[in-house]
Design a protein around this ligand. Structure first.
Ligand code: AMP
Length: 460
């Protein structure tokens, strides 16, 4: 189904076409009709699915019905200032050529401009919005539509009471939409039950089958590294063989500095983004990357979450995230809206368990790759582990392998050790098969558990 089926105002349709959006994404397809009819929406959708369009298009159509007034009628809450700026930018593109205007009330922004704001749509972060409302710079009575985006992130940042308090002041609001990467959890359910009125619920790429959480066309690869230094060498090797735009995720701002120093010495140009940057520094970094001045952006999770950075073909996990959901968020920076993309993870021995946990969580295999002379060997095969333990125990127990049985066992062990050494560095197909089998089993168990749950509630 194309956008023409939603009977949108011509100017909006033409702006959608100018953005190159040929047909609605899945979330847009599901949300547009009920939202345009005025229903409340509870949307489960991670970033990268096109959810901004899903709420901005109905918001703009609503504003166009009365025409531009310069008095805010739509309020969009975003967890971070970057997302706020980004959403306002998309709103401006979608409303290009109309009289409508979009403004921001976000932390770090100019207070005077926020005091004198004239806009039909306001995109705000909760903290600054609270201040602006307290000072009476924005009239809550004028708001007809409230949109809460990235509600799960809002909860993570501790904005639960603030958002509820803000919403309760919007007494003339007739439509509310709430979007979140996940709809599970008491916080989101609390928001939904208190703020939404008989909402139309949609879920895209979240909940249920976990393999829906990663973009369809995403490829996932991993390289084993002995040390952070080796990770740098592997990264430099890969960067010198690819020319596309890449995001490089690291765990802390110290790692940003470490990596920045090494990339600089190797002659790469890049931008960096970290949590303690001033607003001006952030904007500068984002626009250098967005406008193509640099094709590499090194970032921490806090700084980069939810940013819409166009045409990112590669996401490098210089450090693996400890939580699988963060892997999914990072992966969501590439392969957006049907494009292809690759996530490459560098994995030290201490991170292997995390990598396997991510595979179980996403239900997808991550392809192990090798670069001769740079990568560490694959993890010990189970038989190799057994070998190490047996010989150790024999030595400490004083058996020394002198009896006949012992000699034969020793021969077997030597054979096995040779095989293991011969295969060192090559893909461990046995381990891969075992991993696949474990994943398949986990999926089966999940299905069986779901079926049992359903059977236990026959009336639902
Ligand atoms: P979002 O999840 O809203 O941040 O959108 C992710 C990316 O998808 C952005 O780069 C959008 O410009 C793009 N996008 C949104 N809707 C569409 C569409 N219908 N067709 C193609 N791209 C889209």
């Amino acid at each position: 189904m194309g956008f023409e089926n939603f009977a949108l105002p011509e100017i909006i349709s033409s702006n959608i076409a100018s953005l190159g959006w040929e047909k609605p994404t899945h979330i847009q397809d599901l949300v547009l009709a009920p939202a345009l009819e005025g229903s409340d929406i509870l949307g489960g959708a991670p970033t990268g699915t096109g959810k901004s369009g899903a709420f901005l298009i109905p918001a703009l159509v609503q504003c166009l019905k009365k025409g531009a007034t310069g008095v805010p009628r739509v309020l969009i809450l975003e967890p971070t200032r970057e997302l706020g700026l980004q959403i306002c930018e998309v709103a401006e593109k979608l409303s290009f050529g109309t009289e409508l205007s979009c403004g921001t009330v976000i932390g770090g922004g100019d207070r005077e401009a926020q005091r004198d704001l004239v806009a039909d749509l306001v995109v705000a972060t909760p903290g600054r919005l609270g201040e602006v409302l307290r000072k009476g710079w924005l009239d809550p009575d004028s708001i007809e539509m409230l949109i809460i985006d990235e509600a799960d992130r809002m909860l993570d940042l501790g904005f639960y009471d603030e958002v509820k308090g803000l919403a309760s002041r919007l007494v003339n609001r007739s439509q509310t939409m709430l979007f979140s990467a996940t709809l599970e959890g008491a916080g989101i359910q609390g928001f939904a039950s208190e703020l939404l009125n008989d909402p139309f619920e949609v879920r895209v790429g979240v909940g249920g089958e976990s393999d829906e959480k990663l973009p369809e066309l995403l490829k996932s690869r991993a390289y084993y590294a002995d040390s952070p230094e080796k990770k740098v060498s592997i990264l430099l090797h890969l960067l010198s063989t690819t020319r596309n735009r890449a995001l490089i995720f690291v765990r802390t701002k110290d790692r940003v500095s470490l990596l920045a120093g090494r990339l600089k010495r190797a002659g790469f140009t890049f931008a960096t983004l970290q949590g303690d940057f001033s607003q001006a520094e952030r904007n500068a970094a984002i626009s250098r990357f967005k406008e193509g001045e640099v094709s590499l952006l090194i970032a921490t999770d806090v700084a980069a979450r939810g940013l819409d950075l166009p045409e990112v073909q590669w996401v490098y996990n210089f450090d693996l995230p400890r939580q699988a959901i963060i892997y999914v968020h990072r992966a969501g920076r590439t392969a957006r809206a049907g494009a292809s993309g690759v996530v490459v993870s560098f994995v030290e021995r201490s991170e292997i368990a995390t990598l396997e946990r991510i595979e179980r969580y996403t239900g997808r295999d991550i392809e192990r790759r090798q670069i001769k002379g740079l990568c560490a060997a694959f993890p010990l095969a189970p038989e190799e582990k057994t070998l190490g333990r047996r010989s150790g125990r024999a030595a400490t127990q004083g058996q020394g392998g002198f009896d006949r049985k012992g000699k034969e066992e020793e021969k077997k062990r030597v054979k096995l050790r040779h095989r293991v050494l011969k295969n060192k560095g090559k893909p461990d197909f046995a381990a891969k098969r075992a991993r696949k089998a474990a994943l398949a089993q986990a999926r089966e168990e999940k299905k069986a558990a779901l079926a049992a749950k359903k059977a236990a509630k026959p009336n639902e």
